[in-house]
Ligand binder design. Structure first.
Ligand SMILES: CSCCC(=O)C(=O)COP(=O)(O)O
Ligand SMILES: [Zn+2]
Length: 208
């Protein structure tokens, strides 16, 4: 039994996962959260665990070289660990990476066949660091390959060639991922991008 102390970074991920689960964003074991430590390693949620009732033992530590730290044999790292790894490599300032499966993040990926989804010029974009009069902003969409390593490779290629306008990306008919300089910022980014997706879905249903 892992004995927690108040500063254990996994505790914040447990609370956030429970909150996202209660919002319907991490149902049926969907989604994965990770937090990077000072030595470059990161904790990530174990694969296939209910995100509404995570325990400290439902996390796997990945070291700075990408090696899975010894953990009990029945605890495997998230199937999408490669995506967290590539985002931590691409964005050295990132200390947290959150991925959820909301209905809205799936719906909006069907608003366009392109690999960029324009976002409406909402005030909420400021919460993602976009400050401009009439902001023109897109979120990239990646194909939902069965092989996660292909998704990670396409993320690496995309962000090596073009900078990210916002710290978020979509995987078509799958979900949304954000990265941030702290777990609190990552939680806020998820809430903000989900607000924007809810607006987009609502606007489309109203014909706006
Ligand atoms: C029913 S969720 C399918 C897998 C997935 O997309 C996900 O986000 C959770 O995978 P994990 O291995 O992190 O449990
Ligand atoms: Zn997923």
């Amino acid at each position: 039994m892992t004995t927690p102390n108040r500063t254990d970074p996994r505790l914040e991920l447990i609370n956030t996962a429970r909150s996202f689960y209660q919002k319907g964003w991490m149902v049926g074991t969907a989604g994965n959260l990770s937090i990077r430590l000072a030595d470059g390693s990161f904790w990530i949620t174990a694969s296939g665990r209910s995100k509404g009732e995570l325990l400290l033992s439902d996390f796997v530590c990945i070291d700075a070289s990408g090696k899975v730290q010894a953990s009990s044999i029945d605890v495997k790292p998230s199937a999408e660990t490669a995506i967290h790894q590539i985002l931590y490599t691409l964005f050295p300032e990132a200390q947290a990476c959150y991925h959820i499966h909301s209905v809205e993040s799936n719906l909006v990926t069907n608003f366009t066949p392109e690999d960029d989804l324009p976002l409406p010029p909402l005030e909420m974009l400021k919460g993602l660091g976009v400050y401009a009069d009439n902001p023109s902003c897109v979120i990239p969409i990646f194909a939902n390959h069965l092989q996660v390593s292909r998704i990670a490779a396409e993320i690496q290629q995309r962000f090596t060639n073009t900078s990210a306008q916002i710290p978020a990306l979509l995987i078509r008919n799958h979900g949304v991922t954000v990265w941030a300089s702290s777990p609190t910022a990552a939680r806020n980014y998820i809430e903000i991008i989900e607000y924007i997706f809810r607006y987009m879905v609502g606007a489309r249903s109203l014909g706006i």
